[in-house]
Design a protein. Sequence first.
Length: 273
Amino acid sequence: MMNDFNHFLLGRLHRVLHRQSHQVRLYLAHMRNGVNQQISITLRAGKQLCLLFSVFALGGCVSSLLPKPAAQQTLYSLGSFTAEKNLAPLGVTPAAVSSASAASGFVSTPSTPSTQNTHAGTLIINPTRAAPGFDTPFIAYQRRAHEIDYFSESRWVEPPAAMLSPLIANAIERGNTFAAVVRAPTSASASFSLDTEIIRLQHEFTTQPSRVRFTLNAVLIDTTTRQVVASRNFDTTVVSDTEDAQGGVIAAEAAVQRVLSELALFCDEASKR
């Protein structure tokens, strides 16, 4: 009887344990499914974040490869003094140029035409050349000796040599030394030709206040004999009113006018030798 009761208890206990173990397995399976789902959600979120970061990174790379808009530049030109008016650089008033000329000790006076030419010779003005570093539309400046830099937001409307050739012709023509002054290339025959080269045209910050230095080499040639009649280096400096590109342009204008005046006198005297 006792044995039967024991068997009954053992069977009951076995069934209870079996049910409990089944519930434990279900619980564990549920937990595993929840963890897997959580991991899956986390992985999906991570992939989305990675994709988002990749898009931002790619956008940054693409934007860095796109061309950046060019900085706004101010253009200047070399003008010429005439009897009627002053042709000033673009964006620079004639009054400012006149002020710089007066401050440098140079006052431009219009040429007084003579009643007749000194001689009937014709002068050909060859295109002005420029030394390396100055054959560019960039405006040169110097902070240390033997080093040339350029203003990043200001430049000449064209290389100074290209602007200088017509100014030279106008300055000499106003002196009425020659029967005619023409610019090369030309088919006209002439008694003389003039070669010019810009040695330097730079804004120098090596002194205070800063100054502009302009050096021009000129060679007058007898076209009949092909002999050099005379040659000269014209070198002048003009103090800049302001320590910037515009101040340098105004000083450069005054320096150019001073040299043009001296060049016209040089050609007049040399052609009479």
